[in-house]
Design a protein around this ligand. Structure first.
Ligand SMILES: *[C@@H]1O[C@H](CO)[C@@H](O)[C@H](O)[C@H]1NC(C)=O
Ligand SMILES: *[C@@H]1O[C@H](CO)[C@@H](O)[C@H](O)[C@H]1NC(C)=O
Ligand SMILES: *[C@@H]1O[C@H](CO)[C@@H](O)[C@H](O)[C@H]1NC(C)=O
Ligand SMILES: *[C@@H]1O[C@H](CO)[C@@H](O)[C@H](O)[C@H]1NC(C)=O
Ligand SMILES: *[C@@H]1O[C@H](CO)[C@@H](O)[C@H](O)[C@H]1NC(C)=O
Length: 172
């Protein structure tokens, strides 16, 4: 029994010597150097680092946080178009699907979100035919729903400018 172990000892020691144990931050030539010590790591720029889908904490790699899940300053979100607002939340121009997707333009089919309205651009809602439609009081452009009031103000200032120009024209 004892002799068997003694005979195997060189092989056991040898197998440990072959496994290159490179910690995060250490120099590597291939990903195996890194994964043999830390799972979900890889050899990037000749250094062991966590894979892009993971972040480093205490010399370990953890999955980045999914949209809708709790996060904090040290636990980054797994979507470049999301930010941590206590939970990982899609940025303004995006809505949550499996990833953060661009919000749907007016007159296009609503996205897969809850509520459906959340998939449409600002000031639009998802109508009964599953189309993003600008709300009442908003004018439809190909990409957005603009406040009709803003347009009225622009028109009003154009009118005032015209009156002023006309007035000076008369004075000439
Ligand atoms: C990385 O692994 C290769 C072979 O897989 C080995 O030759 C090399 O010594 C290892 N590098 C480090 C820094 O351990
Ligand atoms: C952030 O969240 C992680 C995972 O839930 C937790 O381990 C860590 O303590 C938190 N850090 C802070 C600063 O709250
Ligand atoms: C983030 O948004 C930009 C702009 O819409 C897009 O090109 C990119 O693919 C998005 N990233 C991901 C990971 O979906
Ligand atoms: C979506 O928007 C429409 C129009 O503003 C509103 O009547 C409807 O209640 C909204 N639905 C949801 C689920 O928020
Ligand atoms: C959106 O659809 C409405 C109704 O079908 C149409 O009158 C309008 O011209 C469309 N607007 C754009 C910007 O495609």
């Amino acid at each position: 029994m004892c002799t068997k172990v003694l005979l195997l000892l060189p092989f056991i020691l040898c197998s440990f010597a072959v496994v290159a144990a490179v910690p995060l931050g250490g120099a590597c030539t291939n990903t195996f150097n890194c994964t043999s010590t830390t799972s979900d790591s890889e050899c990037k720029s000749l250094t062991c680092q966590c894979m892009g889908t993971h972040y480093q904490q205490n010399n370990m790699c953890f999955s980045k946080i999914a949209i809708g899940s709790p996060c904090n300053g040290t636990t980054p979100c797994n979507d470049e178009n999301a930010s941590c607002m206590n939970t990982c939340t899609c940025n303004n121009a995006f809505y949550p699907d499996t990833t953060c997707k661009d919000r749907i333009h007016p007159n296009m089919t609503c996205g897969n979100s809850t509520p459906k309205n959340a998939s449409c651009v600002a000031n639009a809602y998802c109508d009964s035919t599953n189309i993003c439609v600008c709300g009442i009081g908003y004018t439809t452009t190909t990409t957005s729903c603009n406040s009709a009031v803003t347009i009225a103000v622009v028109e009003m200032s154009t009118m005032i400018l015209c009156f002023v120009l006309a007035y000076f024209e008369v004075l000439k």
